[in-house]
Design a protein around this ligand. Sequence first.
Ligand SMILES: [Zn+2]
Length: 485
Amino acid sequence: MPSADVTTIFYGPIINPISLTSYSALPRCLLAVDALGNVDWIVEDVAPYELQSTLAAKGKPDANVVDLKDGEFIIPGFIDTHTHAPQVPNMGTGGQYQLLDWLQTLTFPMEAKFEDIKFARSTYASVVKRTVNAGTTTCCYYGTLHLEATKILADIVHSLGQRAFVGKCNMNRESPSYYVEPSVDSSVNATRDLIAHIRALSQSSAAADQEPLVQPIITPRFAISCTDDLLMELGSLVSEDPSLRIQTHISENLSEIDFTLSLFPSASTYAGVYDSFGLLRSNTILAHAVHLSEDEIDLIKARGSGISHCPTSNFNLSSGVAPIGHYLDKGLKVGLGTDVAGGFNISILNAIQNASVAAKVCSFQARDSSTLQPAQQEFANKALSIPTLLYLATAGGAAVCGLENQVGSFAPGKSFDALLVSVREEAGNGGLWGLAGSLSSDVSEDERKKLLEGWLERFLFCGDDRNISRVYVQGRFIGGKAFRS
Ligand SMILES: [Zn+2]
C-alpha cells in the first residue's frame, strides 16, 4: 500500500520522551506528518547541507518545510488526565476550604448552573478553547450530572478538534437536593445516551485503526455520591463494553476517606470499594491518590489502573502530598491532572511545576523523619527530574488513558499531537528572557543538545500559553498563539 502523501515536514529542534528517566533532545530533526495526521518518518540529525538530499531520499525533494527558528522547538502535546470543565468559572477561589466543604459551598452551586444549556454552551466553548491554547492536546473532562450540557461539551470538543474523554457525573446521593440524580435508572440511562451521542459524533472522522478523537468515559463522581446499586450498574456497563474508560476520585482527603468507609462498611479500603463493583480496571483513571495504603497500591497495580497526580489541587485544598515517587517505584502508571477548580490553573505546565515542588516536599519529609528508607528506590522521596516531569505530562498520561500506542511521544504511525513552543523574546512572556545561543552557529552536537535542554527546562518552569505558538492534534493545527492572531 502506498504511504499517504506527506502534508507537513518540520525541520528543527524536537524533544521526544523515551522513558521516566530519559528523553531525546534532537536539535536538527526532520519529522514528516502524513495526510492522516500521523508521524510518517523521522530523521534525527540532519545538518543544513544534508537537508535537500535527505528530502530527495525520502521522495519529497520539493516538499514545503516548516523551518523552526532559534528558540522554537516541538514537543508532544500535554495530556490532562483529570479536570472538571464546569468548574473553570470557579478557578482561583475557595482555597480556604477542604474538599467536602468546598464541594458544598462552591462546586455544587456552580455545577448546578449547567442545567441552563445556553450557559453551558457559552461556558464550555470558552473552557475548551482555553484548554487547547494551554497546550492540552488530550483532556479527560468531567462534565456535570446534566446529559444535555455534557453532550454540548462533547460537541464543542469535537468541533474544536481536541482529543478527549468526556463524562457525565453519576451522583445519586450525598449531594444537595438541587443537584442530585433522582434514581439509578435515570443516571444509567443518561450515561448510555451520552455514550451513544459521543460515539455517533466520531464515527465519520476516525481512521479505521485508530481510536476516535472524542470518546465517552464512565464518571462515577466518587464513591460517596453513588449508591451500591448505581456502582453495580456502572460495573455492568463496563463489563459489557470493556473499551469504556472509567474516571473517578480516590483518597484525596482524610475526611472523605472516613466518610467513604462509613458508607461502605463491607469494604476494608477505598480502592476496595471500586474493586468490589468491577470498577478498578486497566483503563480506570484514579485522581489524587494522596493517602493510599500499601494494600491499595498493590491492588491498583494488580488491576493495572492509572493514577492522575493533581498536585496543585492537593496543595490548594490542603489535601496532602501524594507520594508519586513511591508509586513510580511500585510500577504504577502515573499522569498529571490539573483538577480545575481544586487546582487553580488549566495548564499542565502548572501541574508540572507543582509536581516538582510536591516531590521535593516528600524528600524534605523523608530527610526530616527518622524512618529508614528502603534501599532500592529510584524515585521515592527524591526530586523528580526534568525527564520524569516531561514523561508524566506526556507519555505517562497517555498510558493512564490507554493511548500509549497513539500519543505521548513521536514515532512513525503515532498521531502527531504536538506543540510548537517558542521561548523567543517576541513571545512576550516576561518570565522567560535572556535565552542566549543559537543552534545554527558553529557549535558541537553536545552544545546544541545542552542549549535545547535549557530551553525545555525554562519553558516547563517559566512558560505559559504565550510560549505555545501552535497546537496540533492528529496533525491538524487547532490552537495556540499563532492560531489566535
Ligand atoms: Zn476532581
